[in-house]
Design a protein around this ligand. Structure first.
Ligand SMILES: *[C@@H]1O[C@H](CO)[C@@H](O)[C@H](O)[C@H]1NC(C)=O
Ligand SMILES: *[C@@H]1O[C@H](CO)[C@@H](O)[C@H](O)[C@H]1NC(C)=O
Ligand SMILES: *[C@@H]1O[C@H](CO)[C@@H](O)[C@H](O)[C@H]1NC(C)=O
Length: 524
């Protein structure tokens, strides 16, 4: 054999070897440092306009119109428009109240069942243009739209399908044309509208009158692609099924729109709990009035701030936006007593939720998706606010997905807040929180079913330095975008027994009057 002693060849060989080593090294290191993509979303997932409605969390519903002046809840459409005269009307005041106390949207009854229009519609004279207010030159919708835009609040409008004044009501084709003409005015004259609210109410004896819902929905989405439409059956948000502002303790944004009818006698449990097997993304909305009625009546008083806090836990805390009705009075202003309650409600929420104990915790997990050097799905993400940073386990882990929160010093708390990144689909259907007690034993604190956009659970006060959140059941690998650990010193929990005679805590509570009154004189 001839030995290859050619130095040039030797040199080239070494160079090639080095190149291979470098290439190999480079390719392996780059492979392992490339981040793992997010897991596959679980259908159905929300449209962007639906995500914004969840993020807004709370909106003010403004029932205002002829009924404000007559003391009625449902006008017949026969009242002289001259009596509509809200002499001090100031939409900036409505919007300022909403904004100052934590509401992101305002929703106005542009037309209620009596057919009176709060804007000068060209298709009827039964509107502000025939009223004494501003000599017929006023436009409530226009003033609210301007005020909302200036303060950065989103605008929603309610246009009642039932119209007890309009003479063509009852003639299906003619009335649907009239309704769509008015809807077009509302959605083309006033800038961006992000919410359109309808119901299926019809007059007695008008059973033959048909509403062309599909045509209306197509028109609304064509004119305002960012607008979510509310009815009992979507398409974008569904009615929770009661006017008490309370959602089911299990509450899926998943739903079968085809299982309910608009204005029909729907299954109230189905609408308040949703459907783990639902084919449509259609979150529930909780609507409730701050007063007894929807319109302002001199004799009625607002609910207390503590009642509103309770409703907050039972709506926003159960994965549903809260649509709170605050009706302007006959002067055209939100009454002082309502403003006071809203201010207290806002202070209560701030005092409870502005301090998240979890922010001082060391967070770890049973497993984490991707490389440990890759922080994209890291457990610590759960203390960051917002939907777009989250923890998720390794896909190999199939059960007992767990997050641990360790504190340097024991913390005292009674509220757990959780969020799922809903843009990836709603997944979790069972979870529980445990804490390590003084004897080093795990104790059960609270359990729940669904989470969704936000879940808040209130329980008797506990103290610990180590907590674990266990996800027991999920439609696919669970994702957690936020954990909040709070102290609510105003509410107390009830200890109740369920039907299996097994004692458990529910997130229901009565008011601890003394604590509330003390805090009121101290901080509110
Ligand atoms: C309307 O309300 C706003 C906010 O409360 C206030 O600043 C403004 O002065 C009011 N305008 C009138 C004309 O009263
Ligand atoms: C909703 O639809 C899914 C899929 O068709 C079905 O499995 C589920 O039973 C439906 N729910 C109801 C209440 O009809
Ligand atoms: C409406 O509320 C305002 C306070 O914002 C108040 O000054 C006015 O008197 C109220 N009007 C009526 C009719 O109660």
């Amino acid at each position: 054999m001839i030995k290859n002693n050619n130095p040039i060849k030797q040199f080239l060989k070494i160079i090639i070897k080095i190149c291979f080593i470098v290439l190999f090294q480079f390719s392996t290191t780059s492979e392992s440092s490339l981040p793992k993509p997010p897991p596959i979303p679980v259908l159905p997932i929300p449209k962007s306009r639906q995500i914004s409605w969840n993020i807004a969390e709370m909106a003010i519903f403004l029932h205002f119109g002829m009924n404000t002046f007559t003391g009625k809840e449902w006008g017949k459409g026969d009242v002289d428009p001259l009596i509509f005269n809200p002499t001090l009307l100031n939409a900036t005041q409505w919007v300022t109240v909403a904004k100052d106390f934590g509401f992101k949207r305002v929703l106005l009854t542009a037309k209620h069942h009596d057919g009176f229009c709060l804007w000068p519609s060209k298709y009827t004279d039964y509107s502000v243009k025939s009223s004494s207010w501003r000599n017929g030159y006023g436009d409530v919708v226009g003033e609210l739209a301007d005020a909302a835009r200036k303060s950065g609040l989103e605008l929603g409008l309610y246009l009642s399908p039932w119209d007890r004044h309009e003479h063509c009501y009852g003639e299906t084709l003619e009335y649907n044309e009239y309704y769509m003409g008015q809807m077009t005015e509302l959605l083309t004259r006033y800038g961006e509208v992000t919410y359109v609210f309808l119901d299926g109410a019809k007059g007695e004896g008008e059973k033959d009158m048909e509403y062309f819902f599909d045509d209306w929905f197509s028109l609304i989405h064509q004119l305002q692609p960012g607008a979510s439409i509310f009815t009992d059956a979507g398409p974008d948000t569904r009615w929770v099924g009661n006017e008490n502002g309370v959602a089911g303790t299990t509450c899926w944004s998943l739903f079968n729109g085809s299982a309910v009818t608009i204005g029909g006698d729907n299954d109230r449990i189905y609408t308040s709990e949703g459907d783990a097997f639902g084919q449509d993304w259609m979150p529930a909305v909780c609507d409730v009035s701050i007063r007894t009625g929807w319109f302002w009546h001199e004799s009625e008083k607002p609910k207390s701030a503590m009642t509103l806090l309770d409703l907050y836990y039972k709506s926003v805390g159960r994965n549903c936006p809260l649509l709170l009705n605050v009706p302007p009075n006959s002067s055209g202003l939100i009454s002082d007593e309502d403003i006071q309650v809203l201010e207290e409600f806002s202070k209560l929420r701030n005092s409870i939720f502005s301090h998240n104990f979890a922010e001082s915790a060391l967070v770890s997990a049973s497993s984490t998706r991707g490389d440990s050097s890759d922080s994209q799905f890291a457990p610590m993400n759960v203390i960051e606010e917002g939907l777009y940073t989250y923890w998720t386990p390794d896909q190999e882990q199939q059960s007992d997905w767990t997050l641990y929160l360790e504190f340097q010093q024991a913390i005292t708390f009674n509220v757990l807040g959780l969020q799922e990144p809903i843009q990836m689909g709603q997944r979790i259907s069972e979870f529980h929180l445990d804490m390590l007690d003084e004897n080093g034993k795990w104790q059960h604190v609270v359990s729940g079913t669904t989470i969704g956009y936000r879940r808040l659970l209130l329980f008797p006060t506990v103290k610990s330095h180590l907590l674990r959140l266990v996800i027991d059941k999920s439609r696919a690998c669970p994702l957690i975008s936020h954990i909040g650990i709070y102290m609510d010193s105003y509410s107390v929990t009830q200890h109740v027994s369920d039907t299996h005679n097994k004692s458990k805590f529910i997130d229901n509570f009565v008011f601890r009057r003394t604590a509330y009154n003390q805090s009121r004189s101290a901080s509110i």
